[in-house]
Design a protein around this ligand. Structure first.
Ligand code: 13P
Length: 254
């Protein structure tokens, strides 16, 4: 049985004081809701404060939005896995479509980061997904297959089962246009089938596949009911502590 995993990708939002205020309300709202794993993914500047507030409690874990593949060096403006580990970061989002399109990250770069994350005992949340043009051209499966093959190249079965995959159709990110539960389930089932062909069925069955793209309290429950949707990577709607708590509760009950 895969435990649902709901992550709040705050992107470039939330100052330290805003993050504190968010957590104050959010932690109160979710109480001891343990049905889903929650990951808060703040900007780097708020990691230390969020880490301190979450402490060793199990209410929510800490994630980072990106990292560099090298451990240290002359890479001005970058952050490494050991730096994240020191702050008790457990997850790192890699290959988000904004990183790919705005910052030019290729599957090869994503793969190097995935390797570095796993070597540092950080669990990668690897984002994949097609653009609207690719969907209209009937290329969804080809795109997902290629992103999985290149992005997750070289992982052993244990490493794969520690990884989380986030299916984020680019056309659904920040647009208010969510994939229908059927569209999302179809893509998730394809991703799981691909993992089972590239690794094996037992491992593919353990991997959690999140859906991301305009997830809101209003549509979370119907998405979470689908058999291959194991959680959500939430952008805009994760900035509101009450709304995000509702999404967590919807996941915990499906
Ligand atoms: P939105 O929820 O704002 O569409 O963003 C999705 C996303 O990119 C999460 O990583």
């Amino acid at each position: 049985m895969r435990k649902k995993i709901i992550a709040a990708n705050w992107k470039m939002h939330m100052t330290v004081s805003e993050a504190e205020a968010f957590l104050h309300t959010f932690l109160h709202e979710i109480g001891d809701e343990a049905g889903a794993e929650v990951v808060i993914v703040p900007p780097f500047t708020a990691l230390a404060k969020v880490s301190e507030i979450l402490g060793r409690g199990q209410a929510a874990k800490l994630g980072a939005q990106n990292m560099h593949a090298e451990k240290s060096g002359a890479f001005t403006g970058e952050i490494s896995a050991p730096m994240l580990r020191e702050l008790y970061v457990r997850y790192v989002v890699l290959g988000h479509s904004e990183r790919r399109t705005i910052f030019g990250e290729t599957d090869e770069v994503v793969n190097r980061k995935v390797r570095a994350a796993l070597d540092a005992a950080l669990k990668p949340i690897v984002c994949i997904g097609e653009t609207l043009e690719q969907r209209d051209a009937g290329q969804v499966e080809a795109v997902l297959h290629s992103q999985i093959e290149k992005g997750l190249h070289g992982l052993n079965t244990k490493e794969l089962s520690d990884a989380v995959i986030a299916y984020e159709p680019v056309w659904a990110i920040g647009t208010g246009r969510t994939a229908s539960p059927q569209q999302a389930q179809e893509a998730h089932a394809f991703i799981r089938k691909t993992l089972s062909e590239m690794w094996d069925a037992a491992t593919a069955d353990k991997v959690r596949i999140q859906y991301g793209g305009s997830v809101k309290p209003q549509n979370a429950a119907e998405l979470m009911r689908e058999p291959d949707i194991d959680g959500a990577l939430v952008g805009g709607a994760s900035l509101d502590p009450r709304g995000f708590a509702e999404i967590v509760k919807a996941a915990a009950h499906h």
